[in-house]
Design a protein around this ligand. Structure first.
Ligand SMILES: Cc1cc2nc3c(=O)[nH]c(=O)nc-3n(C[C@H](O)[C@H](O)[C@H](O)COP(=O)(O)OP(=O)(O)OC[C@H]3O[C@@H](n4cnc5c(N)ncnc54)[C@H](O)[C@@H]3O)c2cc1C
Length: 386
């Protein structure tokens, strides 16, 4: 067992860290207040290869391993969690599926542009009446000549209104229930595609979460992703991989919160001492770091499982996402506590991190759904061993 990073992995981590410190950190508080999407910063990260990390070089991607991918997301989230979710969706839920399930024509048309960060990707599964229960979506896709006609509403679409390609799930055979779902590649210029509104969120204020409607939106047959009726299987496979990235986002936010807390504990004085001299503060810092390391180990293990093609990777991704998602909320709570009143002020980074962290146990499958997946895996495994 080797816990050290390769030279390539270290280079990716350090390059992204430098970029985030120099180009993003100085403007993050103002952008959060103004709810300004980081288009320019994301475009530059795309040029560095951060939008198509899981796509082979022959299709314009970085051809990196999943460990490199989670290192990149952790470094981005350490400074700006909203940028990390934009990158996570583009990499795991848009570029990767076009490469994995797409035809060569679809790859030619969409993959290089996604992988180079010229356009962002979006993933449209959730609907106002269907979140955890993804099989109950009602958006329809009815064959009409050489097109599919889409009708329905998708909600909470990350990168909605900013993306150049939307992976959309719709029912081609409603009578077949979960098995009647298919996936489509939809461009925002297709007639009938409309961004209806944006969510007004607690955190991730610079990320876009859109409601998108499809009204007689004709999608060419050549834009169906995978086989007809394979859609839900594709969605669930993608979410398994995507969860490793979301867990890395949690580790990044927590790491950012810890670093800010250590710096503040050294600097802030009370009762003629720095607050870091109080055991109460020391214990919080020690617990924060220990939990972050535990989560990072789960994330790296799940990433390694993904790279080895392990059949039970999904349950490992769920464990990483469950633990990291709940860990980051405990860590962000302590980071605010250590900062005292400053932690409750928009003048501090930990206030934003506290709000940003809250969504992690909710999106890409709630903590409750992760526990279901983990328990199902445990009960179905032959001996209960890994
Ligand atoms: C900021 C943000 C960005 C998002 N981005 C995207 C995106 O890009 N694309 C996309 O498709 N979706 C996106 N989502 C949607 C997200 O994936 C869903 O919100 C999530 O899957 C939960 O669905 P829901 O909100 O409908 O909750 P519900 O499914 O209504 O769940 C409500 C509660 O019931 C619990 N529950 C439900 N079923 C069970 C069960 N079987 N056992 C135990 N408890 C259960 C849940 O855990 C939760 O606590 C995003 C959401 C947010 C907040």
């Amino acid at each position: 067992m080797n816990f050290s990073l390769t030279d390539d992995q270290r280079l990716i981590r350090d390059t992204v860290r430098q970029f985030m410190e120099a180009e993003v950190r100085p403007s993050i508080r103002a952008r959060d207040r103004e709810e300004r999407f980081a288009s320019e910063e994301l475009r530059k990260l795309g040029e560095l290869g951060c939008c198509g990390m899981l796509v082979p070089e022959s299709w314009g991607g970085a051809g990196a391993d999943t460990i490199s991918y989670v290192l990149m997301l952790e470094e981005v989230a350490r400074v700006d969690a909203a940028m990390a979710v934009a990158l996570s969706v583009t990499n795991s839920l848009a570029a990767f599926p076009v490469w994995k399930y797409g035809t060569d024509a679809q790859r030619e048309k969409y993959l290089c542009r996604l992988a180079h960060g010229e356009v962002l990707g979006a993933f449209c599964l959730t609907e106002p009446q269907a979140g955890s229960d993804a099989a109950s979506i009602s958006t329809s896709a009815v064959r009409s000549g050489d097109c599919y006609r889409l009708n329905g509403t998708k909600s909470w679409v990350t990168n909605g209104g900013e993306a150049g390609l939307y992976v959309v799930f719709a029912k081609t055979d409603p009578a077949a229930g979960a098995k009647g779902t298919s996936a489509f590649l939809v461009e925002p210029s297709f007639p009938g595609f409309r961004v209806a509104r944006y969510e007004d969120k607690m955190g991730l204020r610079t990320s876009r979460s859109a409601e998108i409607t499809f009204s007689d939106c004709d999608v060419p047959e050549g834009n169906r992703l995978g086989e007809e009726s394979q859609g839900l299987k594709i969605a669930l496979e993608l979410l398994s991989g995507g969860r490793v990235g979301i867990a890395a986002q949690a580790v990044g936010i927590a790491q950012g919160g810890l670093e800010a807390s250590v710096a503040y504990a050294r600097e802030r004085r009370a009762f003629d001492k720095s607050i870091g001299d109080f055991q109460a503060i020391q214990w919080m810092l020690a617990d924060m770091q220990t939990e972050i390391e535990a989560a990072r180990a789960l994330v790296h293990h799940a990433a390694w499982m993904r790279d080895t093609g392990a059949s039970r990777m999904g349950a490992y991704a769920s464990r990483a996402k469950l633990y990291a998602g709940e860990m980051v909320n405990r860590v962000a709570y302590k980071a605010v506590q250590i900062h005292g009143s400053l932690g409750y002020s928009r003048e501090s980074d930990v206030e934003r991190m506290y709000r940003d962290a809250r969504v992690i146990p909710i999106y890409e499958g709630t903590s409750e759904i992760q526990r279901l997946i983990i328990a199902r895996d445990l009960l179905s495994a032959v001996s209960g061993a890994a």
